[in-house]
Design a protein around this ligand. Structure first.
Ligand code: AMP
Length: 213
């Protein structure tokens, strides 16, 4: 029987994907939060899950190490999406990509006056495009996490980050000044796998599509 490997990240995406997998008759035999295993068996002998960093999911699927995966739009934009079929917005892990600045910083004036802003972010591609479209000059500083700290210690004037409830911004005396885009997670499929393993992949895709609607 053909085997299928699905790449997922722990946490929000795994939790929100579990009901969709269940709709496709797939259930993990272990919880990635408590297990240290990176390959999880499921109740379907030919379906396994691999647990990877969210930003690595597109890479595993691109190279066919996983046949399919779930990745946020934020991650897909940074990856570039090469060789990935993206058939379905799962509407999970929803949030917004925003520009945020410290409470006292007059962003609107700085932008109007043509100031050169320093912007810290994990999302270089998204930030570069956004400010280029606006015609705002920026120096981008790549960070891997805790972007909210950067303006507080003088590393940057602004950040580009994901915002869900807004609590993290508030707790760090930052305010969102621009929405760049709505973010949600998408199903991604390796294009070769879609052709070669269609009899297994198509029913999963159909079950996901029904469950999302
Ligand atoms: P919140 O305080 O609810 O606005 O969440 C903001 C923090 O959670 C930021 O550090 C974000 O990077 C992260 N975050 C929020 N939503 C998501 C998401 N859908 N996927 C990944 N990270 C997220």
């Amino acid at each position: 029987m053909t085997d299928i490997t699905i790449a997922l990240s722990k946490g929000r995406i795994f939790d929100d994907t579990a009901p969709l997998l269940k709709a496709a008759g797939i259930e993990a035999l272990e919880d990635p939060e408590s297990s240290r295993k990176l390959i999880l068996a499921t109740n379907q002998p030919n379906v396994r899950l691999v647990i990877v960093r969210a930003s690595d999911v597109p890479t595993y699927v691109q190279y066919g190490a996983a046949d399919m995966g779930i990745a946020g739009k934020d991650v897909l934009i940074e990856h570039g999406g090469a060789e990935l079929y993206q058939p379905l917005d799962l509407n999970i892990a929803r949030c917004k990509m925003m520009v945020a600045v410290p409470d006292g910083f007059d962003y609107e004036s700085a932008v109007q006056q043509g100031a050169r802003l320093r912007v810290a972010t994990k999302y270089l591609q998204t930030a570069r495009e956004h400010f280029a479209d606006k015609g705002v000059h920026v120096d981008l500083i790549k960070l891997y996490g805790s972007m909210e700290l950067a303006p507080l210690v003088g590393l940057a004037d602004a950040i580009v980050d994901l915002v869900s409830t807004g609590n993290t911004l508030k707790a760090n005396h930052l305010r969102a000044v621009e929405e760049i885009m709505q973010i949600s997670s998408r199903l991604i499929i390796n294009q070769a796998a879609l052709k070669l393993k269609q009899p297994i992949i198509q029913p999963i895709l159909d079950a996901f599509t029904d469950a999302v609607q």
